[in-house]
Design a protein around this ligand. Structure first.
Ligand SMILES: Nc1nc2c(ncn2[C@@H]2O[C@H](COP(=O)(O)OP(=O)(O)OP(=O)(O)O)[C@@H](O)[C@H]2O)c(=O)[nH]1
Ligand SMILES: [Mg+2]
Length: 603
């Protein structure tokens, strides 16, 4: 049976093509909210980190009533590290609104999420978005979207190609980019007309695939998914079908449906709607929730295996405990294992005979989001260099590869080719769009670590860089290490302008006058390739009558500021990033120069 009073759709796109802004606009225009509920931009990017970075990290459900139909809308993250999440949530929908930036055109993640939506049988509506941009090329972008669907073999959707133009920022959708309308209604009308309602078995026994997990301090795991068959009731005992044909039973303690920005508790819900279920403690993504007497499993969902690992330990620097609330190994351990409750693509393993944890995930961003959240909560920790996870298939060692797209003003292509080539990237495709060249490479994930900063430096910040995991392949040769050595403080104290002034001639400094530094801390990048222990705290000897450190002729360059990801991508094997709520410092693992020498001699 097809339900006509519900539509389930996902909004998918490449990062920053305007998904969250468009959903925001739908919320504003729906008139179903008090103004106080809709303060600011991107209301759905609700956690602090999402707001600060302007990206979506977790997929989110909202629901609107339109012309008597309930539309469940899932806003998804566009960044490639979270592609696995998109792949899962498309399973809750029957249609996909595919946004494409009218100036950028289809990008790597557009192709990925669209292919996942098509594989899952979703009907696509293409929305060429941001048509207000002065550099927008709406018609050209539409042609590219059509070509992309053709490439992906979506023939049945080509004959019946559904598209609109829109500006989420200006709040309208239109069939003709030259004609401005005053609302998003054309999009909602197209959703009602073109996206089928859910095809479900209302009278059959209960069946639901768990596609997302949420977690709360008070009730534990919350299972989210679309009801495929039957009715689910509060208080009902259900059978949970796990991997390996295992079955457990649980009682449903509470049941919610999505309603506007939040969730509403209900006593029961019928096939077709998306629900959140409380009370199934051992539930995992991919499990099927069934009627107790009719356990029928739906095809399992898989979660992508991690490709990148970092070692987490407590902060052992001399400044440990100064800025954070949670600094012990036990607290670190508890926090990491708690994260596993909802961060399904994450793995945590205690390293044998040590207090260190190997934390693995889908990419530098996936792991740095966890670290940033921990900082905000008051944790201190040290993190080692990101390492790709190797695997062995039929005796051959393989490493993860990524597909890399660099978009750069054509005259700056040279340094890009050189940098990517040196890191074993192979050019696969190249084409020109206006003044820009798009170059697509296949590159070992190892070679990608730290590449973004270098590409930006080499192109005066003009390169736009995107990458996404493409698969495992046999290990290639070496990729170059960091070309420069570092300056390491040999003392603990306050950095002083006088010594910094002499150091800055041959180094790019990370600290400035009056910053506290410790022995073993990395204070700058050497212009040469060797590491050098230096004293950044020396003051000018008091000569004549002038006070120390106040020499007016000193002009310090501003220190290089490293954010978390830049620092993680910068460090080498013998270094750590020290993370506290208010600081990010780079240090040598071995703080004393003597210890480092001994270690070096060992080989
Ligand atoms: N000119 C213009 N800019 C827009 C429009 N919609 C969004 N933007 C801008 O594009 C940027 C990204 O918007 P978001 O809505 O956060 O994009 P997103 O697709 O949700 O991004 P992720 O969730 O990180 O993948 C923001 O700076 C928006 O202000 C639009 O219609 N026109
Ligand atoms: Mg978003």
């Amino acid at each position: 049976m097809r339900r006509n009073d519900i539509r389930n759709i996902v909004i998918i796109a490449h990062v920053d093509h305007g998904k969250t802004s468009l959903v925001d606009c739908l919320l504003h225009q729906s008139g179903q909210f008090r103004e106080s509920q809709l303060q600011g931009d991107c209301i759905l990017d609700s956690n602090d980190l999402e707001r600060e970075r302007g990206i979506t990290i977790l997929a989110k459900n909202i629901a609107l009533q339109y012309k008597g139909v309930k539309i469940n809308i899932i806003d998804t993250p566009g960044h490639a590290d979270f592609g696995g999440e998109v792949e899962r949530v498309v399973r809750m929908a029957d249609g996909a609104v595919v946004l494409i930036d009218a100036a950028e055109g289809p990008m790597p993640q557009t192709r990925f999420v669209l292919s996942k939506a098509l594989e899952s049988g979703l009907k696509p509506i293409v929305v060429v978005n941001k048509i207000d941009r002065p550099d927008a090329q709406p018609h050209h972008t539409l042609e590219e979207a059509f070509a992309l669907l053709m490439e992906l073999g979506a023939d049945e959707h080509l004959e019946d190609f559904k598209y609109l133009f829109a500006s989420g920022r200006e709040g309208y959708a239109t069939t003709d980019p030259e004609i401005r309308t005053d609302s998003m209604q054309p999009l909602l009308d197209m959703v009602l007309a073109e996206i089928p309602g859910p095809e479900v078995e209302v009278d059959a026994p209960l069946q639901m695939l768990v596609t997302t997990l949420d977690w709360s301090e008070f009730v534990g795991r919350i299972a989210i998914g679309r009801l495929q068959a039957g009715t689910v009731k509060k208080g009902q005992t259900i059978a949970l079908m796990k991997s390996g044909d295992r079955i457990t039973e649980s009682r449903i303690q509470a049941l919610y449906v999505f309603d506007k920005l939040g969730r509403t508790e209900v006593d029961s819900s019928e096939a077709g709607d998306v629900v959140a279920i409380v009370g199934i403690s051992d539930v995992e993504i991919g499990d099927t929730i069934c009627h107790r007497e009719h356990p029928r499993a739906l095809p399992r969902l898989t979660v992508d295996e991690p490709t990148l690992e970092m070692v987490f330990t407590i902060n052992s620097s001399p400044f440990a405990g100064r800025e954070g609330k949670y600094v012990t190994n036990r607290q670190l351990r508890e926090r990491l294992f708690k994260e596993l409750e909802k961060n399904v693509a994450l793995r945590v393993r205690q390293i044998e005979n040590s207090d260190a944890f190997a934390v693995s995930g889908r990419g530098v961003l996936h792991l740095s989001v966890l670290i940033e959240n921990m900082r905000r909560e008051g944790y201190e920790l040290s993190v080692g260099k990101p390492q790709v996870i190797l695997r062995t298939t039929k005796g051959v060692t393989e490493e993860p590869f990524e597909s890399l797209v660099v978009e750069v003003p054509s005259e700056k292509l040279g340094p890009v080719m050189e940098l990517v080539g040196a890191r074993r990237g192979e050019l696969e495709e190249m084409h020109v769009r206006g003044d820009f060249t798009h170059a697509k490479f296949n590159i070992p994930a190892r070679g990608l670590i730290g590449l973004r900063t270098r590409l930006l430096n080499a192109t005066q910040g003009t390169a736009v860089v995107h990458h996404r995991y493409s698969g495992y392949k046999p290990v290639t040769g070496e990729v170059p290490h960091r070309a420069n050595g570092v300056y390491i403080s040999m003392v603990t104290g306050k950095a002083n302008a006088y010594s910094l002034n002499t150091l800055q001639d041959r180094a790019d400094l990370f600290v400035t006058h009056n910053d506290e530094v410790y022995e073993g801390q990395v204070v700058g990048e050497n212009a040469r390739e060797n590491d050098l222990a230096v004293n950044p705290t020396k003051e000018k000897k008091l000569t004549n009558m002038r006070a120390s450190g106040s020499d007016e002729n000193i002009l310090l360059k501003p220190p290089r500021k490293m954010d978390l990801e830049t620092a993680l991508e910068y460090i080498e094997d013998d270094e750590l990033v020290e993370v506290t709520p208010s600081s990010i410092r780079i240090r040598k693992m071995l703080l004393r120069e003597n210890d480092r020498r001994k270690e070096n001699r060992k080989g």
